[in-house]
Design a protein around this ligand. Structure first.
Ligand SMILES: C[S@@+](CC[C@H](N)C(=O)[O-])C[C@H]1O[C@@H](n2cnc3c(N)ncnc32)[C@H](O)[C@@H]1O
Length: 273
């Protein structure tokens, strides 16, 4: 259960941020978000299927296909991928599978980082269950805060992906600046995230669905509060143009986006010059 442990008076004295619709001290948000994902980690697919009516699988496939990742035949060096907030492994494993299938790339490396050890364990468990990428020397799972990425060297990565993760950061702009720091010149920042629905009818339908989501979360996963947080975090995330500007402010060039399913989510990208 997520309960606010802070009185209004305490909140006035410290720097605050939002946690869903609640206002909380900045230094507490990561812990509260951690609680949400620890709570949903073991039912992660169920959560995504409930939240997106199963469409998240198609969005993720499109995300990877559009990126077209992998070391091209004849290239001198393997690529260094970094998947941030990647606990489930969905994107990291999908990228490595794609690179192998399309380009025969079995050399590129992948760091999967997440702030939450329970989500990372879920990713590792899946790697073990699926018989791929578990204890693979090319793949590292690391607990890291995406805002800092202390263990990731500057100018070291070719591709930075983040899927349905960045809206949970306490300071999204700092996360974007860190993405810029760790990428090599010419590297790509590539993000899949919920966004602003562009079609008014679809938006009305979504608003109704969003009201029902915590109730479904409560019935199916016995977890009303986590689902309530997830809905509110989606509502607070910047729209497509605003997020594009934030990517540019972090120093990226050629920033752009593609809205998916009328803007329920969007792919954003930028290149480090
Ligand atoms: C909805 S899950 C997405 C997981 C995966 N990327 C996917 O698309 O299936 C959100 C993830 O963001 C992680 N997360 C939240 N805040 C983070 C932060 N500051 N740094 C790194 N990961 C974070 C959570 O622990 C959780 O695993």
């Amino acid at each position: 259960m997520i309960k606010s442990a802070f009185s209004k008076q305490t909140l006035r004295m410290v720097s605050t941020t939002h946690f869903g619709s609640k206002t909380v001290p900045v230094d507490q948000k990561a812990k509260l978000v951690g609680h949400v994902f620890s709570s949903v980690a073991s039912k992660y697919d169920l959560m995504n299927d409930i939240m997106s009516l199963g469409i998240h699988r198609l969005w993720k496939d499109h995300f990877i296909n559009k990126l077209d990742p992998g070391m091209r035949p004849g290239a001198n060096e393997p690529l260094n991928f970094l998947d941030v907030a990647g606990g489930s492994g969905d994107i990291a494993f999908g990228i490595l599978d794609y690179a192998k299938t399309k380009f025969g790339d079995t050399q590129s490396t992948m760091d999967v980082v997440d702030i939450n050890p329970d989500m990372l364990k879920e990713g590792e468990r899946r790697a073990l269950d699926q018989g791929r990428y578990f204890e693979d020397p090319r793949v590292r799972f690391m607990v890291q805060d995406g805002e800092q990425l202390e263990a990731i060297e500057s100018n070291s990565k070719d591709v930075y992906t983040v899927s349905f993760g960045i809206r949970n950061f306490t300071n999204i702009q700092r996360g974007l600046e860190t993405a810029h720091r760790v990428l090599k010149p010419g590297g790509i920042f590539y993000c899949l995230e919920f966004s602003k629905i562009e079609n008014p009818l679809m938006d009305m339908a979504y608003q109704q669905w969003a009201k029902a989501l915590p109730v479904f979360g409560s019935i199916i996963a016995n977890d009303y509060d986590s689902y309530q947080y997830l809905v509110e975090s989606i509502e607070r995330f910047p729209d497509q143009e605003t997020f594009k500007s934030m990517i540019q402010d972090a120093g990226f060039q050629a920033a752009g986006y593609e809205s998916l399913s009328s803007g329920i989510c969007a792919i954003h990208w930028g290149i480090k010059a």
